[in-house]
Design a protein around this ligand. Structure first.
Ligand code: MLT
Length: 408
């Protein structure tokens, strides 16, 4: 028996598992410590009442023979796909039909799995820093070449640095990639992309034949009226070059419930020999073979997010988190930190003080003031000397965390 050797190339454990282990070790040594967690981007507020009501109703339906549902349709229930097509896309002028939306258990798994439908020799381009799942899933698939532990760089990955100088929106890649991963509003930097900036990537992808994998998990945090697109399909020509990932986690609080979607327009095609292939058919084939669909009750909960009550409750949830983001930003700025993000995003990205490395700052915060954040270097080499705090804690904990950091 041989294992998949590509897994052995992965350095260390998954970023958030490493952090959880460090925090657990600290707690064991200091059982009474009052630790405030602003590390992993996990929500803390309860699900909106409209979602809870839909869950209860769907559970009751499962108790009665006439309304009981077994396997969900492979690609998702029409009621949810239609609600998403209408509210997330058509209402914003994006030409996306319900049958181009595939319902799943979340954007993390979709962002990790989507690479399966592409050739093993495809080259990927990622922002640096980047959500680690995009790179790690391609490492597991044998697409990334060799890892240089000294620089944290994979030999076959094209890195697109995102820095304060470029406003955390990268230049077009110099080498030509086959797949371009973009996430806006961005995790981890909290940066946003304008429609014109995104249009440049769409034009580039159409010119070069690359495919954009656009992770829109944080679109609900966009402040209106500033030219920031909610979907890549707001750009002309995106139907022929882009896949979009959607999540119910950060907007409606489904991190525990699990629900997401991938959009693949029928116009996204490539050639294989003399055959024209729709990427939509490949992903549908994968779904059919490997997935039995998100649970009925969860899809009904997702549908409730698009009711008038659901939309209003979600706006309120997001408003609460953005209030935290604002106070974290302000508190850090007043304390003299260089701070980014937190405007169209629940993530605040700060420069570490005193040229500390990201992990040194992580240890300082944990040991001296018992606040947990995420080291920027865990997201890639250009994340070094940066640090991420999330606005997903409670208001009280956000206030306390900032008071503690200011006391340093
Ligand atoms: C994060 O903290 O970056 C996110 O929680 C990751 C995720 O959504 O999987």
């Amino acid at each position: 028996m041989k294992v998949n050797e590509d897994y052995l190339k992965l350095p260390g454990s998954y970023l958030f598992s490493t952090i959880a282990k460090k925090v657990a070790a600290y707690r064991e040594a200091h059982p009474d410590a009052d630790i405030i967690r602003l590390g992993i981007g996990d929500v803390t507020r309860p699900l909106p009442p409209a979602v809870i009501a839909a869950l209860h109703k769907a559970v009751d339906e499962q108790a009665v023979a006439e309304t009981f549902r077994g396997y969900a349709p492979d690609l998702g229930y029409a009621f949810l796909r239609e609600a998403m097509a209408e509210h997330d896309f058509q209402a914003r002028g994006c030409e996306i039909a319900a049958d181009e939306i595939f319902i799943s258990d979340g954007a993390k798994s979709d962002s990790a799995n989507i690479q399966e439908i592409f050739g093993r020799d495809c080259r990927i381009a990622v922002c640096d820093p980047v959500y680690p799942v995009y790179v790690d899933s391609n490492v597991m698939a044998g697409r990334t070449g060799d890892y240089d532990a000294a620089t944290g760089i994979w030999s076959r990955v094209i890195y697109m640095p995102c820095t304060a100088e470029n406003g955390f929106v990268p230049e077009l890649p110099e080498e030509k990639p086959d797949l371009i991963y973009l996430c806006y509003p961005n995790n981890p930097t909290g940066g946003a992309i304008t429609k014109d900036q995104l249009q440049r990537f769409v034009d580039y992808a159409n010119e070069t034949g690359a495919v954009i994998i656009y992770d829109a998990a944080y679109e609900a945090y966009i402040r209106e009226g500033e030219g920031i697109p909610h979907s890549v399909y707001e750009c002309d020509g995106a139907r022929t070059c882009a896949i979009e990932l959607r999540s119910f986690s950060k907007n409606a609080g489904f991190t525990g419930l699990r629900l997401g979607a991938t959009v693949i327009p029928h116009d996204l095609k490539t050639r294989s020999g003399d055959r024209e292939v729709e990427l939509h058919s490949l992903w549908a084939r994968r779904h059919g073979t490997k997935y039995n669909g998100a649970p009925y009750i969860v899809q009904r909960a997702g549908e409730a997010c698009y009711s008038e009550a659901g939309k209003a409750e979600i706006r309120e949830l997001i408003g609460g988190y953005m209030r935290n983001a604002g106070l974290i930003r302000k508190g850090l700025e007043e304390a003299g930190y260089e701070v980014y993000g937190g405007v169209h995003s629940p993530y605040v990205w700060l420069k570490t003080p005193d040229r500390l490395t990201s992990w040194e700052f992580f240890d300082r915060l944990l040991e001296q003031v018992q606040v947990v954040g995420t080291p920027g270097s865990g997201f890639g080499p250009h994340g070094e000397h940066y640090f991420r705090l999330t606005a997903f804690g409670s208001y009280e904990n956000s206030v306390r965390a900032i008071e503690r950091i200011r006391s340093l």
